[in-house]
Design a protein around this ligand. Structure first.
Ligand SMILES: Cc1cc2nc3c(=O)[nH]c(=O)nc-3n(C[C@H](O)[C@H](O)[C@H](O)COP(=O)(O)OP(=O)(O)OC[C@H]3O[C@@H](n4cnc5c(N)ncnc54)[C@H](O)[C@@H]3O)c2cc1C
Length: 440
């Protein structure tokens, strides 16, 4: 089914003409790729998003996940869509070949993300978190942790989460109370509650790998005492098989105004003997490691906002081209043909404002993704350092500007559809509700 929620032509224009992405193919990491490969990957994303993500976007919104006290139930289309996503290799899109990845540039990976997000941001939420978690393990995990937890994420057998917030500690992470007590065998026992955890429980994967911020007793006060742990839903045996259930349980699902297809959870860790956790890196450096994931997540949130803005823009553009309504101010003859909405000056303004926000937002996010590639792979140290500095400066803008202005774009899309725009028979009100969460 053709994907009508984002323009592949626009994405390709940015990659080819603005960013000259083919220059990356002269670098060792990407030397096995060429522009034809990048095109093929984008087209595969477009096809899977059109065939399997977009068709259940509205159904997933109207049929939120439910919890029966034992299991979470999600409409079956979500698992089918994710199976195709995994089969096509998207979970490992940036990872190394030797762990089963595709070793593609961040700019291409993020372009694919934009395609999936525009089609169905709720279903795309599961791989978004899994990719983020696997990236943290790639950078900071031990070889053993990579083998046991990251590689199954790349295979799509395990999904991931990030567990920072607690019921009493959101913006101020220095006040988290979750504790990690060291054990003689080198593991830790985790106890505490984590709130707002996206994709925290479901039956979509064999296992869920939670990355959990917690404090080791006796450590420094505030953020300097926070460490990062791997806490799997099921323990993983030495041979890689799924072991016994860890002491992590779902206290309940949160029901939000948007992103309804992604479960949002309150998780209890260690209500019984304590959840088994494995320290990532060194004690007390957890926030630093997590911020690696958070920085990528910030670009991802900006891009998610662009994608939803784009979907609303294209829908309202098509609507405005086809809806006859009224006449020109200087041609009020009631027997004359009506104009299409798009011919009214104020509707043009609303369309152009959306176009500026979504195309500008896309350019900004893909530029940031390209800086990630330069930061990681530029042959010259000075260029890597400059890309890194610019990325640090731009990342908060990349997160916040699209979240504000592409949400405005969604408001304009609703306005163009008039009374119809506020009804659930049309997709634009859902885009607005979904996008409002990117603004948080
Ligand atoms: C869709 C969605 C998904 C999420 N997924 C996850 C997830 O997967 N994992 C996770 O750990 N968390 C997740 N969160 C939680 C999110 O990170 C927290 O909601 C956020 O950190 C805010 O915490 P809080 O809700 O406790 O609000 P509070 O911290 O109580 O803040 C309330 C308001 O006060 C403002 N405020 C707070 N402190 C200050 C200050 N010093 N100066 C000025 N204003 C201030 C905040 O900006 C906010 O507007 C998610 C949230 C949303 C909306």
């Amino acid at each position: 089914m053709p994907l009508e929620t984002i323009s592949l032509e626009d994405i390709s224009f940015h990659l080819t003409e603005m960013l000259d992405v083919k220059r990356l193919c002269s670098r060792d990491r990407f030397s096995e790729h060429d522009e034809a490969v990048f095109d093929a990957v984008l087209k595969t994303a477009e096809q899977i998003a059109g065939d399997l993500f977009a068709p259940h976007n509205q159904k997933a919104d109207q049929n939120e996940p439910t919890f029966d006290g034992e299991k979470v139930h999600i409409i079956p289309e979500v698992k089918d869509a994710l199976a195709a996503y995994i089969d096509a290799g998207f979970m490992g899109i940036q990872h190394d070949y030797d762990v089963g990845g595709m070793q593609l540039p961040a700019s291409v990976a993020m372009s694919c993300s934009a395609i999936f997000n525009s089609a169905n941001v709720g279903t795309a939420g599961y791989p978004f978190l899994t990719i983020g978690a696997s990236n943290v393990l790639r950078t900071y995990g031990s070889d053993e942790q990579k083998h046991r937890f990251m590689e199954p994420m790349i295979e799509g057998r395990f999904f991931g989460t990030m567990c920072l917030s607690e019921p009493q500690a959101g913006s101020s992470l220095s006040d988290i109370k979750t504790q990690a007590v060291p054990q003689d065998d080198g593991t830790y026992r985790i106890t505490g509650n984590k709130m707002w955890i996206s994709a925290g429980e479901h039956e979509l994967s064999e296992n869920i790998i939670h990355l959990v911020l917690a404090k080791v007793p006796g450590g420094p006060a505030g953020v300097k005492g926070i460490s990062l742990f791997i806490v799997p839903k099921f323990l993983v045996n030495d041979d890689g098989s799924i072991g016994e259930r860890n002491d992590v349980s779902l206290a309940g699902l949160n029901h939000k105004m948007g992103y309804r297809g992604t479960t949002n959870t309150l998780l209890n860790f260690g209500e019984n003997e304590g959840a088994v956790g494995y320290l990532i890196g060194e004690e007390h450096k957890g926030l630093f490691y997590m911020f690696h994931m958070m920085n990528e997540a910030r670009i991802g949130v900006g891009l998610g906002a662009v994608s939803l803005g784009y979907a609303g823009y294209l829908y309202s553009l098509e609507y405005a081209k086809n809806r006859p309504q009224g006449r020109h101010p200087d041609g009020k003859d009631p027997t004359s043909d009506q104009l299409m909405l798009i011919e009214h000056a104020d509707i043009k303004r609303l369309l152009l404002a959306q176009k500026a926000a979504v195309e500008g937002g896309l350019a900004l996010c893909l530029y940031a993704a390209d800086l990630v590639d330069d930061e990681n792979t530029s042959p010259n140290e000075k260029d890597r350092a400059e890309a890194s500095l610019l990325l640090d400066t731009l990342t908060p803008v990349v997160k916040s500007w699209p979240s504000e202005f592409c949400l405005e774009a969604n408001k304009h899309a609703i306005q163009i559809l008039g009374g119809y725009g506020y009804t659930r028979d049309y997709p634009v009100e859902q885009y607005y509700r979904d996008n409002r969460l990117n603004y948080s």
